[in-house]
Design a protein around this ligand. Structure first.
Ligand SMILES: Nc1ncnc2c1ncn2[C@@H]1O[C@H](COP(=O)(O)OP(=O)(O)OP(=O)(O)O)[C@@H](O)[C@H]1O
Length: 362
């Protein structure tokens, strides 16, 4: 149950390998913060620095107002759950969950109560006397989480806890983690994942890491609806937001953009007279495209269709790239393959970027 404050945190590995700079982040008690970002951007490094498993080479980390840079991991009141579970194979579920408390020489009655409470929360009661090898991957991960709950830590850190599970178990375990968080509203959690759905559904705020720093921090829908840059726009959401070049020809409360490929886009992003003629990229999410016979933002021949049942993905060519533009239309549209299609979007779904930066964040 803690607040965390990172101020100008930096990481340079031995050999002058600088991987993180200027990390400034306030995490309030009760938040579930998710770190996302491209592979190698430093998500695990940041998590490990918070845990105390990796030295912080610049800046400060405070937990509840106390600088903990030099505090050993065991003293920080932090529990970390890894993707590999790291359970003791020769101990039963109960013994695994008791272990840390036994080492801490807690009274047996207190240990039993903590283990029973965690087992109930995680629906592990029926498995307490089993060995880990007799459990499914999802159950093992629940034991790993249970082992941290019994310690009643100030902060929970999760490093891709679901990445070893198959698709169905991932969904089930993700929902369990969401329910667990609801049962522990006061606990602070930080979670690293590559999975968009985990980030969108679990996070109170998402931290997007890129280029050694924080690209944007915000509530999941804030990042989805108002990304501050082309990078965040394309990183959050799947398939990625389309970017189409154009030039501003009308300014004011709404902005009109003449598209390089023909057509016109109207966006609710406000602009001023000074923006006339500005070269921009218009961003439209695949799911926001609407098929139209009238004014269009993009017109192209459908190269490939993928019918997923509830939606059809349409892939269009742009400047020689066969899959450069993607539309996601509700329903089944397999017949559109090879046809020319015009797409528009509602002005509140049309994003505008200049030099990679959203016009809303200039
Ligand atoms: N011990 C180390 N010494 C030197 N460089 C390291 C060390 N550990 C990690 N790195 C480098 O630091 C960068 C960040 O690594 P990190 O594992 O934190 O990234 P990540 O975002 O978690 O990646 P992924 O999504 O692939 O798990 C990478 O370029 C990595 O090669």
């Amino acid at each position: 149950m803690a607040n965390l404050k990172l101020t100008d945190v930096e990481k340079t590995y031995a050999g002058a390998v600088n991987v993180l700079n200027n990390i400034n982040l306030d995490i309030q008690q009760g938040e579930l913060i998710v770190f996302v970002g491209p592979s190698g951007c430093g998500k695990s490094t940041l998590l490990r620095m918070i845990a105390g498993l990796e030295k912080i080479t610049g800046g400060t980390l405070e937990i509840d107002g106390q600088v903990v840079n030099d505090m050993p991991p065991a003293m920080r009141g932090i529990a970390m759950v890894f993707q590999s579970y790291a359970l003791y194979p020769h101990m039963t579920v109960r013994e695994n969950m008791q272990f840390a408390l036994k080492i801490a020489k807690k009274p047996q009655a207190e240990i039993d109560e903590a283990v029973n409470r965690a087992a109930k929360m995680l629906q592990l009661d029926p498995y307490l006397d089993r060995l880990p090898k007799a459990l499914s991957g999802g159950q093992r991960q629940r034991v790993a989480i249970g082992r941290s709950i019994v310690r009643d830590p100030k902060v929970y850190l999760f490093d891709e806890p679901l990445s070893n599970l198959d698709a169905a178990l991932r969904v089930a375990t993700r929902i369990e983690i969401a329910q667990l968080k609801e049962q522990m509203p006061e606990s602070t959690m930080i979670y690293v994942t590559h999975d968009q759905v985990e980030a969108m559904t679990l996070a109170s705020r998402i931290v997007v890491l890129a280029n050694k720093g924080i690209a944007q921090v915000g509530a999941p829908l804030e990042l989805y609806e108002r990304p501050n840059s082309e990078f965040v726009a394309q990183f959050i959401g799947s398939p990625s937001m389309n970017l189409l070049p154009g030039e501003i020809v009308g300014t004011g409360g709404q902005t009109t953009i003449k598209m390089v490929g023909g057509g016109t886009a109207v966006s609710d992003y406000p602009t001023t007279d000074a923006d006339m003629g500005l070269k921009v990229n218009v961003g439209v999410r695949p799911e926001d495209f609407l098929e139209t016979a009238g004014d269009y933002i993009f017109e192209g021949k459908v190269n490939i269709t993928e019918a997923l049942g509830e939606v059809t993905l349409l892939y269009f060519e742009q400047q020689g790239d066969a899959h450069a533009v993607i539309g996601k239309l509700p329903g089944i549209h397999a017949g559109l393959r090879g046809k020319s299609v015009k797409l528009s979007a509602s002005p509140d779904k049309v994003h505008v970027f200049h030099d990679g930066v959203s016009l809303l964040y200039r």
